[in-house]
Design a protein around this ligand. Structure first.
Ligand SMILES: Cc1cc2nc3c(=O)[nH]c(=O)nc-3n(C[C@H](O)[C@H](O)[C@H](O)COP(=O)(O)O)c2cc1C
Length: 202
């Protein structure tokens, strides 16, 4: 199959791309509104892009009506947020937090997820997440102004909170303990259980 993007409907380009670029890690993001309401939502347009300084990027796209999602509005207003691990234990809650809650309703309250204060940002973090990255906004790069248009939220990680239970003997995250989950195409998700090791070439 050949897809000429310019000749294809936006929805089909989206569905095809998210089926191809897989698996995608999931950022589970807390942010706060200017009225102090804590928002929580998952984003699989997400990854890490450097470590010195540590840079992470995720993208809340524009909604089907081309308006901005609450996470984007909050981060535009407050310039800070916390990104959490998506792991097997939280699959149901991660999915549930993606429902279109109105901005005056807090997903962390609705889903009864306990939070703790963060060290450097005013946004609280999820107490039970395997890890949490406190982030400050560096810039937002937007491309397009219609449905599913990208808004790259480029941020710097200020601090990492890591549950000791997911660390190995060497003090580094152990994938067998972390039990990360990720997004595939359609409504598929995956676990990270079928591991293999490959030493890097010298
Ligand atoms: C696993 C998962 C991954 C998602 N990834 C994205 C994404 O990368 N970008 C996006 O805009 N929406 C994504 N969504 C949908 C948002 O989570 C959803 O629109 C949510 O309501 C946004 O919340 P907010 O309006 O509070 O920011 C995803 C949903 C799920 C369940």
């Amino acid at each position: 199959m050949f897809v000429d993007v310019a000749q294809s409907p936006v929805l089909s380009v989206y569905q095809t791309l998210v089926g191809l670029v897989t698996p995608r890690p999931i950022a589970w993001v807390t942010s706060i509104s200017d009225r102090g309401i804590v928002n929580l939502a998952p984003f699989s347009f997400f990854n890490v892009f450097g470590a010195n300084p540590p840079i992470v990027v995720f993208s809340p796209t524009l909604k089907r009506d081309a308006t901005k999602k609450d996470t984007l509005l909050n981060i535009e207003a407050t310039k800070e947020y916390v990104i959490h691990a998506s792991t097997e234990a939280h699959a149901e809650q991660i999915n549930a937090s993606s429902a279109p809650f109105p901005p005056e309703q807090s997903e962390v309250e609705q889903l009864q997820l306990p939070v703790l204060p963060s060290q450097y940002v005013r946004v609280p973090r999820l107490a039970e997440a395997a890890w949490a990255l406190e982030c400050k906004l560096l810039e937002i790069r937007s491309y397009g102004d219609g449905p599913i248009a990208a808004n790259l939220i480029i941020g710097q990680v200020l601090a990492m909170h890591i549950d000791d239970a997911v660390l190995g003997e060497d003090g580094l995250p152990d994938p067998r303990r972390l039990k990360a989950i990720a997004r595939l195409g359609a409504e598929y998700w995956c676990r990270t259980r079928d591991l293999f090791e490959l030493p890097r070439p010298k």
